[in-house]
Design a protein around this ligand. Structure first.
Ligand SMILES: NC(=O)c1ccc[n+]([C@@H]2O[C@H](COP(=O)([O-])OP(=O)(O)OC[C@H]3O[C@@H](n4cnc5c(N)ncnc54)[C@H](O)[C@@H]3O)[C@@H](O)[C@H]2O)c1
Length: 266
């Protein structure tokens, strides 16, 4: 349902790879709620071509950018501002990748080149997106930036290996940058800690299917879907959450507060 919550707002949405991507749903809902935005992804991900469908559906321009490359990010903001006709009101960081996970390397034997790559792609890219926006003064006052995280940043999930440490860094960047950007420009920065979700990134994790079912039983409301996650992100981009910043916000059907559910004991 459209409440036109984002009417008049301009945004940048990263990470829509295919229709399962959380970012894909965020783009659809942002469009429904009256926002205009650009879409971006790593040039290599563009080759799949799926993102063109989303761009057509939402009347958005695609600006390829590798989120680890400062020059690409500068171009992303400059072209977005030019195309959308003004400074940016919201940014979604929906980027995650671990080569160690892809290659099934256990946590105790991590390859450090892969670890560095994972940090750069999945956490430093968030700092870079913020630092470039800050330098170019690309985000309006009361603008809102959201990145997606996972509870392995707080508690141990052995299969999540190096991404657990990387998500902890991502959440810390939200707090620290949130302080500075909030003080100077009233820009809000939060992370949303989402339930396991069946996407390309999620499905790449060993044992994901079993764990998805475990989390679903553990959560009083069940796992939160990508659609629900998108709704939550929209609320964070809207003016209804103006005073929320520097938070890691659980969006997980109650999973994070549940010790054990009765279903798990059966
Ligand atoms: N799926 C889950 O279970 C789950 C749970 C909690 C949090 N998350 C987080 O949600 C976010 C989105 O993931 P998703 O599940 O929608 O999967 P996804 O695979 O659809 O999205 C990941 C995106 O990151 C992009 N990307 C990778 N390297 C990049 C680079 N160098 N520059 C720019 N973009 C790059 C990919 O092209 C892809 O679009 C990630 O941060 C992920 O960790 C996912």
């Amino acid at each position: 349902m459209s409440y036109q919550l984002l009417k008049g707002k301009r945004g940048i949405i990263t990470g829509a790879l295919d229709e399962n991507s959380i970012a894909w749903k965020v783009a659809q809902k942002a469009h429904e709620q009256g926002a205009v935005f650009t879409l971006t992804n790593a040039p290599i991900a563009m080759r799949m071509g799926e993102i063109n469908k989303l761009a057509d559906q939402t009347n958005s321009k695609i600006i390829p950018a590798d989120a680890t490359v400062i020059e690409d990010i500068e171009k992303l903001y400059t072209e977005s501002i030019q195309h959308l006709g003004g400074k940016i009101d919201f940014v979604l960081h929906s980027i995650g990748m671990s080569v160690n996970i892809r290659k099934n390397i256990p946590y105790t034997q991590l390859n450090y080149d892969f670890f560095n790559k994972g940090i750069d792609v999945s956490a430093l890219s968030f700092h870079k997106l913020l630092a470039v926006a800050h330098k170019l003064d690309a985000i309006n006052e009361w603008g809102s930036v959201v990145a997606l995280s996972y509870i392995a940043a707080q508690r141990t999930y052995p299969f999540y290996t190096d991404m657990a440490d990387i998500k902890a860094m991502l959440e810390s960047i939200a707090r620290t940058f949130g302080y500075h950007y909030g003080k100077e420009k009233k820009v809000r920065i939060n992370t949303v800690s989402q339930s396991p979700t069946k996407t390309t990134a999620g499905g790449g994790i060993k044992g994901f299917g079993e764990f998805f079912d475990f989390a679903d039983k553990q959560s009083p409301l069940g796992n939160a879907s990508a659609d629900d996650c998108a709704n939550y992100c929209i609320s964070l981009f809207s003016d209804l959450t103006r005073m929320v910043t520097m938070q890691n916000l659980y969006h997980d059907g109650g999973y994070s507060s549940t010790g054990v559910s009765s279903e798990q004991l059966l």
